[in-house]
Design a protein around this ligand. Structure first.
Ligand SMILES: [Zn+2]
Length: 681
């Protein structure tokens, strides 16, 4: 076997063949080069087809007046609105929540609605529900078995226009309720009022989103999915009625919430939004300390460990107390209550200077500096960061609650595992509050597209963790992307664009969280650069704040804002599970003379592609880099370029910083079979 010459190199050779002496001098190099090349040439045949990856019709459906081709909401974008007034009572003896919700539903759509759909999430927590019946024997995090829960609905009434309130005609199917209207709800802003009186038994552990925890000083109740609420009617699917099965989260309209929670006198309640009647439910000491906290960067104790069992830490010592809250422009509200809560707080520093409180409630036994004693500092740390990186935190209060739920987000309040400590507590707090931006502000359909909230959130969590307290908890877990490529591309992975209830449970973490997050990191670090990425990403958040973006809106908006056609990226990473395998195939010196530079051939062997960074290391140790855009892969999986090096090459490496998920890094570096420096020659 002799030299496998590229055609272009061969032409060079013919043109400059007069220089035989020089050529001979470097024969040794050439021989070594050819050995290396021969080995590389035995690589398996490429799976790469640029026509598939750079398909011009990918995401080429015409946009419309509701959603524009730029990825922004169109000039006639609309969404419906749901405002809620809720009043409930906790009955500890009966283990139930009982109350009434009044929903004002406004039809801003261009369609008349003969019926409306509501979500009855509590109905999932029953063996007879679809969620119960689809729970595997092993149970799992989202499984619901052995609990006879669900809503008992005692009355549903409806009030339309000037008509009187009348009983509604409705059906219930699993977690959905359809109300069939006597008069259709007219398009263009007509509203109606729905009232539902209901009660439900509180599940101990409901799909890791709500539940109860026994603690030394009483039960911690974390209450969510606690009122009948509207399904979303949108321009994409009409009514979104996928049932609540557990893994798939929520899709909700925006509106204002006023709600009250009546609990035993010895409880402390934390809820989404602002506490409206502090003087009725707090002691004068607590009111004073809250005022202090509003001015303090350091955490201030509102109700200390010692005071938890002290009756005078409550304004009255018997009966019930009603806590009133208001949360505006939100898509949901949740709350927690317990006699066991220690409570601390501090002020947040937001870009606009808007007064906002960070706070934590937790059982005394979970306090301390390596656990929940630092929670409020974490809340402040992450929310201040995100408020600068994206949009400002919108609610007046942010509360972290320690309870049975491992980690779950709601507007202005999150539930994190009571026994988490140190970096685990930072991680979960940062993650759940990161959800303020995805999906609380940017309100995607979580039940279908978990990656648009979990993935985007996991991505911003990396930035926030890098930033917090000089990187105190920054472990760079996802930094060595090459190392985790085999996991990303493992057999049986689900494409990112898979409905969460369809994703295999063991895949959810990778395919709804890490892979989309790493995708955004790749875009930011390797494809478009930090400045252009951050600008486009912020534009996306701004454009879709308090609205309902689809995956297409995201893809389009990112392309528009960054100025790149990224169809190949979305297709390979988000729609398919295309693998990446780049390699250095061959190195030849021009005229076999290292002083004239080298002809380097790189290859793209698998179905995906990425821009290429190639590092050339010369005999004397000098390193130079060549940056090649993804377009080098548009016509084939082979690309040849000439280096400007002047001495023999010690190595040529593609992706020298291991920044891309290359499935086979073994073929990333070319070296002469035995390196001989020119002096030895
Ligand atoms: Zn999450």
């Amino acid at each position: 076997m002799f030299v496998f010459l590229l055609f272009t190199t061969f032409l060079h050779y013919l043109r400059f063949s007069a220089n035989f002496t020089k050529m001979f001098r470097h024969l040794c190099f050439l021989f070594l080069v050819s050995l290396a090349s021969t080995v590389q040439a035995q690589n398996p045949t490429t799976k790469y087809d640029p026509h598939v990856l750079f398909n011009p019709l990918f995401n080429y459906q015409p946009a419309n007046e509701f959603r524009s081709g730029s990825g922004a909401p169109g000039p006639r974008y609309w969404q419906n609105r749901a405002d809620y007034k809720i009043a409930v009572t906790l009955d500890e003896a009966a283990n139930s929540i009982t109350g009434e919700v009044e929903i004002t539903y406004t039809n801003n759509s261009p369609e008349t609605l003969p019926f409306v759909w509501l979500q009855l999430d509590q109905n999932a927590f029953n063996d007879n529900s679809r969620s119960g019946k689809t729970t595997p024997l092993s149970g799992g995090r989202y499984g619901n078995s052995g609990f006879e829960g669900g809503y008992t609905i005692s009355a549903v009434t409806i009030q339309q226009g000037k008509a009187k309130t009348v009983p509604a005609e409705f059906i219930i199917d699993d977690t959905r309720m359809q109300i069939r209207l006597a008069e259709p709800l007219k398009a263009g802003g007509e509203n109606l009022k729905i009232k539902v009186a209901y009660t439900f038994k509180i599940p101990s552990y409901a799909s890791d989103r709500m539940g109860k925890l026994e603690t030394r000083n009483g039960i911690v109740y974390e209450i969510a999915q606690w009122y009948p609420r509207m399904c979303v009617f949108d321009d994409i699917e009409g009514w979104n009625v996928l049932p609540y099965l557990g893994a798939g989260e929520f899709y909700l309209d925006y509106g204002d919430y006023e709600y009250s929670v009546t609990v035993p006198w010895n409880h402390i309640v934390a809820g989404s939004g602002e506490l409206m009647n502090p003087s009725e439910v707090l002691t004068s000491d607590q009111l004073k300390r809250l005022e202090e906290a509003r001015k303090s960067d350091k955490t201030v104790m509102i109700r200390s460990e010692k005071e938890v069992k002290d009756k005078s830490s409550r304004p009255k010592q018997d009966g019930m107390l009603t806590w009133k809250f208001r949360c505006q422009n939100a898509r949901d509200v949740a709350w927690a209550t317990s006699p066991a809560f220690v409570w601390d707080a501090a002020k947040m520093n937001l870009p606009s200077g808007k007064p906002t409180l960070a706070q934590s409630v937790y059982p005394a036994e979970n306090g301390g500096n390596d656990s929940w004693g630092r929670s409020t500092e974490y809340v402040k740390g992450c929310l201040e960061f995100y408020s600068k990186y994206l949009l400002e935190f919108p609610y007046p209060v942010a509360t972290n609650v320690a309870g049975i739920v491992g980690g779950m987000e709601y507007p202005g309040i999150v539930f994190c595992a009571h026994n988490d400590k140190k970096d685990a507590l930072w991680g979960v707090t940062d993650h759940e509050f990161g959800h303020t931006w995805f999906p609380m502000i940017v309100g995607n359909n979580e039940r279908k597209f978990a990656w648009m909230d979990e993935g985007f959130n996991t991505f911003i969590n990396m930035l926030s963790t890098e930033n917090f307290n000089d990187g105190e908890y920054n472990r760079d877990r996802l930094d060595d992307i090459q190392n985790i490529a085999p996991t990303l591309f493992r057999e049986g992975a689900d494409p990112i664009l898979t409905i969460p209830d369809v994703i295999k449970v063991t895949n959810l973490g990778w395919d709804a969280y890490y892979k989309p997050a790493i995708g955004l990191k790749l875009l930011r670090e390797v494809v478009v650069g930090r400045d252009r990425f951050d600008y486009a990403f912020k534009q996306y958040a701004k454009r879709w704040a308090y609205k309902h973006p689809t995956p297409y809106d995201f893809f389009r908006s990112m392309e528009d804002g960054s100025g790149e056609d990224l169809g190949w990226f979305w297709k390979g990473w988000f729609y398919e599970n295309y693998k990446l395998d780049q390699s250095v195939k061959e190195v030849q010196y021009v005229e076999q003379n290292p002083t004239k530079g080298a002809i380097i051939t790189i290859e793209n062997l698998d179905q995906w592609a990425m821009p290429a960074v190639v590092e050339l290391e010369e005999a004397g140790g000098k390193k130079t880099r060549v940056q090649l855009p993804v377009e080098v892969w548009q016509r084939s999986g082979t690309w040849t370029f000439k280096s400007t090096t002047k001495t023999p090459l010690k190595s040529v490496t593609i992706d020298p910083d291991s920044q891309t998920p290359d499935i086979n890094p073994r073929n990333n570096t070319w070296r002469p079979a035995r390196f001989i420096s020119p002096d030895e020659n």
